[in-house]
Design a protein around this ligand. Sequence first.
Ligand SMILES: Nc1ncnc2c1ncn2[C@@H]1O[C@H](COP(=O)(O)OP(=O)(O)OP(=O)(O)O)[C@@H](O)[C@H]1O
Length: 256
Amino acid sequence: MLKVIQLDKTYGSNKHSLKAVNFTAKPGEVTAIIGPSGAGKTTILRSINQLIRDDSGQILLDDTDIRQANKAELRKVRHHIGMIFQNYNLISPLTALENVLHGRLGAKSTVAGMLGLYSSAEKQEALQLLDEVGLKEYAYQRCNQLSGGQQQRVGIARALMQHPKMILCDEPIASLDPKSTTIVMDILRRLAKEKQLIILINLHQVDIAMAYTDHIVGINSGAIVFEGATNEVDDTVLQHIYRQPDQSTAVAANEN
Ligand SMILES: Nc1ncnc2c1ncn2[C@@H]1O[C@H](COP(=O)(O)OP(=O)(O)OP(=O)(O)O)[C@@H](O)[C@H]1O
């Protein structure tokens, strides 16, 4: 279980980007963070992985407070957190199989990692994971010869190679066509259930969040304004999540 408690983040001296953020994400479920542009979705994901340091609060992954982890502990925690990116972040001249094997890097010694020394069991596992995302026949294809949707599926297999407890997905379908979007979201939903993973996704597309997720966290101007089951989300809730900042506040801010 992921529990985010009273998380606060201020960029620079006065940009208050997360305001006492609280929510949970459970294993076996896909949780979407939705909200207007600039609301703080990416800041939450980056804080969870401590890619940026937040100011205060707790981020509990099972019993570990990620915010309190020292360098060695953080390396260990991060090893159990897979990341999926909008632009895939693959090494494109390498094959799909080689990219998936990179998911094991965090578990290897620096020398073994640098030399690309992988056991035959690891290679078998990587092939199995490519099969699970429907890409077995593309294992030896360079990633720059794959479509965007196929590259994203390689990214998912690479994350699985970490044996993650949780996968954080930052706009995973933003660069994909509708068909690839369906394939990727189906895979994420299936994996959450089959492997009891916590899957936390930042999404711009409300229709996709409604169709493929179990749990919704709505954020507006850095504050959580809704948390609940996806089937509780109706037009009123969506209007609340996507509302514009109050006009009078905006005018007052401009005058200062
Ligand atoms: N490195 C930074 N320095 C200063 N301000 C930042 C930085 N990163 C983000 N912000 C600000 O923090 C707020 C939240 O940004 P964030 O990127 O988390 O929003 P978002 O909901 O992911 O937006 P989008 O949907 O457009 O990607 C925004 O007002 C943004 O301008």
